[in-house]
Design a protein around this ligand. Sequence first.
Ligand code: TTP
Ligand code: CA
Length: 357
Amino acid sequence: MTNTVLHIDMDAFYASVEKNRKELEGAVVVCVYSGRTEDSGAVSTCSYEARELGIHAAMPITRAKDIAENADEDVHFVGMDKEYYRSVSNRISDEIYDKYSESIEQASIDEAYLKLNEDVDKSIEIAEDIQKQVREEFQLTCSIGVTPNKLVAKIASDREKPEGLTTVREDEVEDFMYGLELGEIHGIGDRTVERLEELDINSVEELAEAENALLVEEFGEKQGLKLKEKAEGKDSSSVKPQEQKQITRITTLGENSSIPKYIKKYFPELAEEIMEKAEEKGVGFRKVSLIVIDDEIQMHTRSTTLKSHVQDQKEIIENGEALLEEFLEDFSGQVRRIGLRIADLKEFEDQSNLTEF
Ligand code: TTP
Ligand code: CA
């Protein structure tokens, strides 16, 4: 197998992001307040500490507060800020996933599929690398499934949490699937489980070995055969990458600094990596941005828009340098991480081809 699919699922995502943002210790509960009364609304998600107390997603806030009142530890309640979580999610994808895969499908705010053109062992290394970077650069954890397809990857990433890594090799798919409850397979809900049980199909193995005719009669041709394929761990659906809006590369300085000459030394390599990706994708750019993450982990961005689209490494470096100098003029902190980004991407054609018309 020289092709694998990773499914990456962030652990207690909203709660973990809030924990970092507000520097909270212990249990965190993220709430969607309906606004009717002060505490009306429901829990969106909560940290693992809060889950241990019995709090869970979709629980009424009042109920969660009752539990918190009787707990020995502090429980922090915060309002949901989806826009912020989305920005963190986009950054993780841009700054980390993008380095490893040309095909990234953001399946939800905290889940992504990555297609890798690698064998399983190399894919495991990449998955470990991703976990390490997510931890070090975002102080977040994620769980990953490394498998031959999306269906199995999604289930695998959920097997071990937090920060689990579950690998299912091609020849292990059957055993893996047979070890599941029917309802654990994505797309087989309670109602389907009931209908299967009525047919005396009580396990994944029994579903995989069921007569086609029986399933087709009950569920129709399309769904019936699909159910069987799911039980076999088969899935031919492809990872569908979203249109890429920007390409970003960020690196950590050897030491914190505010000296332009020192920081600029990192630009050629960042620009080269960005260009490689841009060429691979066949895109030019019209916007160059500088990204600074300071010693307090605050992010600052400065951008320049060019007159027209180009595909030129020098433009990235020179604009980056100008933006850096401008930025440092009124910045009194220290730079910890530095990044460059190109955006406003457009399919790029070599101008010489156009003169033929
Ligand atoms: P999940 O991945 O289901 O949950 P999670 O990331 O909080 O925890 P886990 O470690 O188990 O993966 O959902 C992702 C985000 O979606 C979650 O952080 C908050 C949001 N969400 C809701 O708003 N309401 C819900 O009922 C659920 C389940 C999730
Ligand atoms: Ca999650």
